[in-house]
Design a protein around this ligand. Structure first.
Ligand code: GYE
Length: 319
């Protein structure tokens, strides 16, 4: 599909505005609504976007939604009122975007999604989604456990799951991908599952509750992000268990804190989710403005890091 600034505006209007040299001189303005500052991943993502904007000479209007959809809707409306060239945002949850995105479309402002997906009835409400494949990340986390179970026939795999933000694409997809691969090993069982909202504090709090009710029955923690895992590791230690041994800890993101926990033997594996989306976002925005075709989905490349490779990989990590 070719949804571009040029055909959104209509060729006639576009031609009438100004010669292309004048357009080229004007810096591109992007309004970006960020989810919040809930995790190390998010901090790295924000830094990448700000840094890439500066390097690309883009005028970035940045708004932090503090994990609230209503704040994102407000920010998008304000970007429309300010007549930015492009609106980009990382939607905190998947649903509830139709109205505000229709407003952006009516104002002829192209929308680029970064990191998280939306569920909308009309796919033309956004140009492209630039981000990771969260289902695949969930599969990779489960795959590590399936392999672990094959090598440990007498071990129990009673899993507690710390879910991400309720209704968010990464929480839904990481749960689904994990469940899909988990089925291939009947010894893997989820005994409790609750949201920890992607934060350390909530991860710790919910893990404390899990430990209170399930005690030593718990042998695995699957956390939808590293921050919740790190919070939970503290709860596990405070309850007198050894994270990484009594309770295997599997999580997603691959941030510095997770590598540090692996080096201390407290986390078993992290599945990479690359937050450094800034350069690709600027490229996509420029392509849209230039009327070039942009794929509807741009997937980021990423890997899996078990604790055994942590020491070797640590110096290469950029977030
Ligand atoms: O995994 C988590 C953050 O949407 C991929 O959001 C992102 C997730 C990331 O809070 O740490």
């Amino acid at each position: 599909m070719r949804l571009t600034r040029r055909n959104l505006l209509g060729a006639a209007v576009f031609a009438a505005i100004a010669p292309s040299t004048a357009l080229a001189a004007k810096p591109l303005t992007i309004g970006f609504s960020q989810v919040g500052a809930e995790s190390e991943w998010r901090t790295a993502n924000t830094a990448s976007i700000k840094d890439a904007a500066r390097k690309a000479g883009v005028n970035l209007k940045f708004a932090d939604a503090q994990q609230r959809q209503e704040n994102q809707v407000k920010a998008i409306r304000s970007f429309i009122a300010q007549r930015v060239d492009i609106i980009a945002f990382s939607p905190v949850v998947e649903s509830g975007w139709d109205t505000v995105l229709r407003e952006a479309k009516r104002a002829n402002i192209p929308v680029i999604l970064t990191d998280r997906a939306v569920k909308v009835s009309d796919q033309s409400l956004y140009v492209t989604l630039l981000g990771s494949d969260f289902v695949e990340e969930g599969r990779r986390a489960a795959h590590w456990l399936v392999e672990h179970a094959k090598k440990n026939p007498n071990r129990a795999y009673n899993i507690v799951e710390l879910q991400g933000t309720v209704g968010s694409a990464p929480a839904l997809d990481r749960k689904a991908g994990f469940a899909e691969v988990m089925k291939t090993e009947p010894r893997l069982k989820i005994i409790r599952s609750q949201t920890g909202d992607f934060t350390r504090a909530k991860g710790k709090e919910v893990m404390e509750a899990f430990l209170k009710s399930e005690g030593k029955n718990i042998t695995v923690l699957y956390a939808h992000n590293d921050d919740m895992a790190i919070g939970a590791i503290q709860a596990i230690e405070e309850a007198g268990f050894k994270p990484g041994k009594d309770i295997l800890v599997v999580s997603i993101d691959g941030v510095r804190g997770a590598f540090e926990a692996m080096l201390q033997g407290k986390l078993n594996v992290t599945v990479e989710c690359n937050p450094l989306l800034g350069p690709q976002l600027m490229e996509a925005a420029k392509a849209v403005m230039a009327g070039k075709p942009v794929p509807k989905r741009i997937v980021v490349n990423e890997g899996v890091f078990p604790a055994e490779v942590a020491a070797k990989e640590f110096p290469n990590r950029k977030y």
